[in-house]
Each structure stands twice: as structure tokens, then as C-alpha cells.
Design a protein around this ligand. Structure first.
Ligand SMILES: NC(=O)c1ccc[n+]([C@@H]2O[C@H](COP(=O)([O-])OP(=O)(O)OC[C@H]3O[C@@H](n4cnc5c(N)ncnc54)[C@H](OP(=O)(O)O)[C@@H]3O)[C@@H](O)[C@H]2O)c1
Length: 329
């Protein structure tokens, strides 16, 4: 496969190259693409140096697959240009996720929807991916009615600038701000931009994307997204009301049998998921599984995953693997 990684110099791009190498993705030619600021710089992949190229040069090279992690505007403008020359784009931005003509894919859940005519495929939001990975098996069994989620999101979810802001603040150095307030020793109830309804865009992604991925509009999601000064992954406190009652042991069993999900849940040994341990892993970790004693058929749980891996790079590479394995590119 001739593969282009668009946004190769970014936070997600760096992990994308790591994941492609680790999984030994079949690459005959690799095109590393970034903005004009980076063209001509070098990056290495599997020990070999590659020169960063611009988007126009990359389109002219007609790659088989282009994995985009370069922001929504870049995707809106450039993904169609790649699609026009026959490239299949897997896009990490929010540009195409809710477009009715584009698939929104978590491979473990709905990769079978993909066909060779899908030329722009959307990767869901990082906090959505880890949420639906845990909800899907439970929804199938008990049928969800309503989900209430509060997130505790890592600064790496905002990109290179935000990680730098945290590092600067921890070192007592003045520098560029990615957020309107300090993030060190703080919690910002503000992920992505505010919308007219008073929610942030991140909260609305969490509300809408799960319905599209699970192909079911009969349940609702209400979200509060909070940025905290962690770097390893996103954490989520999730309250799920089901139509049907459940057995806690069965819930644990269902989750532990789900590929890509690991249950870490033992209060006796202080065992529960945490971002520093989820860091650099592909799985979605679930713990603190308990019955909500205030309401019927309702479950509480805590979900943690590395937002740059399953939340972005790993999920995108899994989509690309599915396309190759099923001869859809
Ligand atoms: N961070 C996460 O956890 C996460 C998770 C899921 C999805 N995403 C999405 O992935 C994308 C990248 O996020 P990130 O965190 O990696 O951001 P980032 O660290 O700021 O990196 C942005 C990347 O995009 C490139 N870029 C920016 N403008 C461009 C342009 N006009 N043309 C070509 N390349 C351009 C940058 O290249 P230069 O270095 O040349 O500026 C850089 O490689 C965003 O759409 C984000 O929403 C992020």
C-alpha cells in the first residue's frame, strides 16, 4: 500500500507512525505530510528517514490510503481532493463524522458497514471511542435508555500546544497558552468550543456520535467534558440506565469477553483503571463497576483509555487494516 500520513508531525501523527510500525502495516511507500511550516523537515519511520511533503505533492502521488490527523479545516478542504484521485481517506478530525453520507467507524463494532465506495471514512472522537467500546456489549444485552457521562480529559487530546502549556506551567516558564486559563493544578469544564445551546462541541460529539456508531437513536447521552492536567489518557465517569435489569457478575463477564476491553475492577486490592497505566496501551480499561442504588436498571462505571492510541491512531490503523484485509482499497 502507498500510504500518506497527513499531520505526521502532530501529537496523533507521531503515535500513528508508531502504531503503523508496531502492527507492521503493509506499506510499500510512505508519504509523510504536514503544513508548509514543516515541508522539507525529516521524520524517521522504521529507522528510515522521510522528508515531509505538502498536501498538493501528496495528492499528486495518488496514495491508496491517506490517514488524516491535521484538523477539521484541512480535512474539509483536502480529503475530497484525495478521494477524487482514488485514495481512501481515514479521517481523525470531526469534519465528516456526522455527515450522513460518511461512515463513522469503530472496527470492533461496525467495520462490516464499510464498502469499497467509502472514500472518506470518519474516525470517531477519542472520548466517544472508549465510551462505545464499553457500552456496545451492554447495550446489546440490556438495551440502553440514557447515558450520563462526565469526562476527565488529558491535555494530549488538544495537541502539541496544550502539552507544551502544561509542561511550561509545571516548570514555571511563561509560554504560549492553548487554553484560556492555566491547566496545571486546575480543571477546565471546557473541551473544544462552546455552542449556542451552552454545551461544548466535545460534549455534543459525545451526545451524537454513539447513536450513529451503534446505529440506534433510541437512547440518549448527556455529557460534561472536563480537561485536567494529565497526559496519559482520558477518563470517564459513566452512568447508564438500561431498559432491562442486569446482573453485575454478568456485566463484568460481558466486558471481559469483549475484544479490546480489559476489566480492572477489584476494590479489595485498589484495582481500577488510571490514565498513567492506560498510557501507550491499545485497550479500553473499565472498572468501578457498580449498581446505581438510586435508580432501577442503572449502572455506574469508570472507563479509561489512551486517547492517542485507541482514541485516534490505533482505531484509524485498524480501519485501514480492515480495508486491506477485505480488499476494499
Ligand atoms: N489529540 C487527540 O487525542 C486526538 C484524538 C482524536 C482525534 N484528534 C484529531 O486529530 C487531529 C490532529 O490532532 P493533534 O492532537 O495531533 O494536533 P497537533 O499536535 O496540533 O498536530 C496537528 C498536525 O496537523 C498538521 N497541520 C496543521 N495544519 C495543517 C495544514 N494546513 N496542512 C497540513 N497539515 C496541517 C500539523 O502540521 P505542522 O507540524 O506542520 O503544523 C500537525 O502535523 C485534529 O483534527 C484532532 O481533532 C486528536
Amino acid at each position: 500500500m502507498k500510504v500518506a500520513v497527513v499531520g505526521a508531525t502532530g501529537m496523533v501523527g507521531e503515535v500513528m507512525l508508531k502504531v503503523l510500525a508496531e502492527r507492521n502495516f503493509p506499506i510499500s511507500e510512505l508519504l509523510l505530510v504536514a503544513s508548509a511550516r514543516s515541508v522539507g523537515k525529516k521524520l524517521s519511520y522504521k529507522g528510515k528517514e522521510h522528508t515531509i511533503i505538502g498536501l498538493e505533492t501528496a495528492v499528486a502521488a495518488r496514495p491508496d490510503i491517506a490517514i488524516f490527523s491535521a484538523g477539521g479545516d484541512t480535512s474539509l478542504e483536502w480529503a475530497p481532493k484525495f478521494a477524487e484521485v482514488g485514495t481512501t481517506v481515514v479521517d481523525n478530525s470531526s469534519a465528516w463524522r456526522m455527515d450522513a453520507s460518511k461512515k463513522l467507524v469503530v472496527p470492533e463494532i461496525n467495520a462490516s458497514e464499510l464498502t469499497a465506495s467509502d472514500k472518506i471514512i470518519a474516525n470517531p472522537n477519542c472520548s466517544t471511542i472508549q465510551l462505545v467500546m464499553a457500552l456496545n456489549p451492554l447495550h446489546k444485552k440490556y438495551q440502553m435508555k440514557r447515558v450520563v457521562i462526565s469526562t476527565y480529559q488529558s491535555v494530549s487530546g488538544t495537541g502539541v500546544k496544550a502539552v507544551k502549556q502544561l509542561e511550561n506551567e509545571m516548570a514555571g516558564v511563561q509560554g504560549e497558552m492553548a487554553y484560556p486559563y492555566p491547566i496545571n493544578r486546575n480543571a477546565l469544564p471546557h473541551c473544544d468550543v462552546f455552542l449556542e445551546n451552552g454545551y461544548t462541541k466535545e460534549e455534543m460529539k459525545l451526545a451524537r456520535e454513539p447513536q450513529k456508531i451503534l446505529d440506534d437513536r433510541t437512547f440518549s447521552v448527556s455529557a460534561t467534558a472536563v480537561r485536567i492536567p494529565t497526559a496519559g489518557g482520558h477518563s470517564e465517569s459513566v452512568n447508564v440506565e438500561f431498559h432491562n435489569d442486569f446482573d453485575l457478575a454478568e456485566v463484568r463477564q460481558l466486558l471481559s469477553e469483549t475484544p479490546g476491553v480489559t476489566v480492572q475492577d477489584n476494590p479489595d486490592t485498589n484495582t481500577y483503571p488510571m490514565p498513567i497505566y492506560a498510557h501507550d496501551k491499545d485497550d479500553v480499561f473499565v472498572g468501578r463497576i457498580r449498581r446505581d442504588e438510586t435508580q432501577r436498571n442503572t449502572l455506574n462505571m469508570w472507563i479509561v483509555s489512551d486517547n492517542l492510541r485507541k482514541g485516534a491512531a490505533t482505531n484509524a490503523v485498524q480501519i485501514a487494516e480492515y480495508l486491506v484485509e477485505n480488499k476494499l482499497v
